[in-house]
Write a protein of this length. Structure first.
Length: 171
């Protein structure tokens, strides 16, 4: 329900009922409960959007994978001169969590943080599908993909990957 509101915000009960496939009265009750606990809030028009209580839950995460990924991807972006990003599979889609542009970026990045796209299209999804992922207890333990939209020498690519690996190993 929270994901549906986040994706369609600001939105109405009818929109959430349609998107989730729930009966409108059930969607309304769940939305009201989430609002009462601060996970949702309403805008001046009465439409739902994500509330501030979500930040409390997010702060309870033991480590900040986005900060860790950002610090690991920065040397990759700098060494390769291209955009580096972290995307994770989410069902049939890939969710972009972190995007790092090199200091001299040529243009805007289409893979912004929080963007979902079909896992079978686009660099993040195709890369995730093409590379075997190490699993530990049913969860992703490691995966590494370097996608470069153009020519990049092997030395520059390896330099970027080694810098990222060193950042991750030090944590």
């Amino acid at each position: 329900m929270l994901e549906a509101v986040a994706e369609h915000a600001p939105c109405t009960t009818a929109t959430i009922a349609e998107v989730t496939g729930l009966h409108r009265s059930i969607a309304y009750r769940v939305l009201c409960t989430l609002e009462a606990h601060g996970y949702l809030q309403r805008d001046p028009a009465g439409r739902y959007e994500v509330g501030l209580a979500v930040l409390t839950v997010a702060s309870a995460v033991r480590s900040d994978p986005q900060s860790l990924a950002h610090s690991a991807l920065t040397p990759v972006a700098e060494a390769t001169g291209t955009v580096a990003f972290l995307a994770v599979p989410h069902g049939e889609e890939a969710l972009t969590l972190v995007t790092v542009e090199p200091p001299a970026a040529a243009g805007p990045v289409s893979y912004r943080r929080g963007v979902y796209h079909p896992i079978t299209r686009g660099a993040p999804g195709i890369g995730a599908l093409a590379v075997p992922v190490a699993l530990r207890a049913g969860r992703v333990a490691s995966a590494c993909v370097l996608f470069v939209p153009g020519r990049l020498g092997e030395e520059a690519a390896l330099t970027g990957l080694h810098a990222a690996a060193a950042q991750l190993a030090g944590r």
